[in-house]
Design a protein around this ligand. Structure first.
Ligand SMILES: [Zn+2]
Length: 447
């Protein structure tokens, strides 16, 4: 049991904030919020909440952790050349390592780096659309995070050297699902990267497999104007119209980006009960545009928020993402009423948890104990008026003091208790340097 005592504030969700509250955790669940009966809490480990704000852990609904090795690259590129010049050369390195060794190490390291960076920004759960490797999930197990590996599946458009036969691709995906889905805090989902990177037959296999095994589906859709024009030219439909036409939406999916949509796309989203995942910084860096989040909310379409990968962001910081995402909506609509702090905080907690099918995102009795303690004594935080607005507009990742995931303390007093953070950073940097040397100047940043 863990008893957190005398919190300055406890944010249960966007609507409910308590002052001077306690919180009790037993096993992986919250068993009391507000006041705690000392008899029930006998023998609990006590954590002081003085000078702290408790809040639900953030849910990062979409990222690509392999890109954690590609920070600080590829400015001034549009999406397609950015893929070709930034992400594909690294994918070649990964495939080479997989071919040459039975125990590839890169995956473990990028996944550990990403998981640690996310914990430091108060993220307790996330969906990582990533390259399929067991090492990725082993790293999350070691760090202690609640991760979902969205198996990134493509069978067209990528370079020839990255292509493998569909049967081998399917077999690898099914093996990962078998070993890791619902394994402790880890789950697996299916992620055709984009409509144009998969053949229709492959998309339907993904839909049917997800239906049969009860897995979520994540897919990038309508990220750029180019993608929409290309889909219309090739299929006669928008990407949403095309996927509806082939029956892909018979199982509802989580649609990542949705920047460039047309009125009939919104009708499809409503009819098929799709939801949207908003990546404001990535869409801004790649010049893709601004997703119309206020319009989705007014249409009753649920929205979550996420960082996307570190190559197009370049950080995994939910404070920055929420803030930037909300300010963009106000600025682009020229209306300060467009998207509220409460709306955006909900997207970063409750809505993300709902999309991931996890019983978290809110601090109340019976929910999973996925929570964060923030230091509220920093000069940038005081004095506190509205707590939620102070957290939203003023807090930084560096204020995250303690992170508890499923009742397990992962970070306390700003130190990881589960892994050797510095050791992992050093070995990841060494491995990356070796790997990069093998592809010459293909992965050099501008300077
Ligand atoms: Zn993405």
């Amino acid at each position: 049991m863990i008893w957190i005592q005398d919190l300055d504030y406890l944010i249960q969700d966007a609507e409910r904030v308590l002052c001077g509250a306690d919180l009790l955790i037993e096993g992986d669940r919250i068993v009391a919020v507000g006041s705690v009966d000392p008899v029930k809490a006998e023998g609990a480990t006590v954590i002081s909440g003085k000078g702290k704000i408790a809040m639900p852990g953030f849910v990062n609904a979409h990222t690509h952790l392999y890109q954690n090795m590609l920070k600080g690259m590829g400015d001034m590129l549009r999406l397609k050349p950015w893929c070709e010049q930034v992400t594909f050369p690294f994918a070649s390195i990964i495939h080479k390592e997989e071919r040459e060794t039975d125990e590839p190490q890169l995956g473990y390291h990028w996944a550990a780096l990403g998981a640690m960076e996310m914990v430091r920004s108060g993220i307790t759960s996330f969906v990582d659309m990533d390259i399929v490797q067991d090492g990725v999930l082993k790293a999350w197990q070691d760090v202690g995070v609640r991760g979902n590996l969205a198996l990134q599946l493509v069978n067209r458009w990528v370079p020839k050297e990255l292509m493998v036969p569909d049967e081998a691709r399917k077999e690898k995906a099914l093996g990962i699902i078998d070993r890791w889905h619902k394994n402790g805090k880890l789950t697996v989902s299916m992620a055709p990267s984009t409509p144009f990177a998969c053949t229709p037959e492959f998309l339907i296999w993904i839909r049917d497999t997800a239906q049969e095994l009860d897995l979520e589906i994540y897919i990038h859709i309508s990220e750029t104007k180019w993608e929409v024009e290309q889909a219309k030219e090739e299929t006669g439909f928008t990407p949403f119209g095309y996927l509806e036409d082939i029956g892909f939406f018979e199982k509802p999916v989580h649609a990542v980006h949705c920047v460039c949509v047309e009125p009939e796309d919104v009708d499809i989203m409503k009819k098929r009960k799709l939801d949207v995942i908003y990546n404001p910084k990535s869409n801004a860096k790649l010049g893709s545009g601004i997703a119309p989040i206020g319009m989705y909310l007014r249409n009753g379409i649920p929205v979550a928020v996420s960082t996307d990968g570190a190559a197009s962001n370049d950080s995994l910081d939910m404070f920055e993402e929420m803030r930037f995402g909300q300010l963009l909506q106000k600025a682009s609509s020229r209306d300060p009423l467009e998207v509220s702090v409460k709306d955006m905080f909900n997207m970063a907690t409750r809505e993300g948890a709902r999309m991931m099918n996890i019983d978290a995102g809110v601090l109340e009795e019976g929910k999973l104990a996925d929570l964060v303690l923030l230091d509220d004594r920093g000069v940038h935080m005081q004095p506190i008026n509205g707590v939620l607005q102070t957290v939203f507009y003023c807090a930084k990742s560096s204020d995250v003091d303690t992170v508890i995931i499923g009742g397990d303390v992962v970070m306390q007093d700003k130190q990881f208790v589960t892994v050797d953070e510095t050791g992992i950073i050093d070995s990841a940097a060494g491995l990356y340097k070796e790997a990069k040397a093998q592809v010459g100047d293909k992965l050099d940043a501008d300077f």
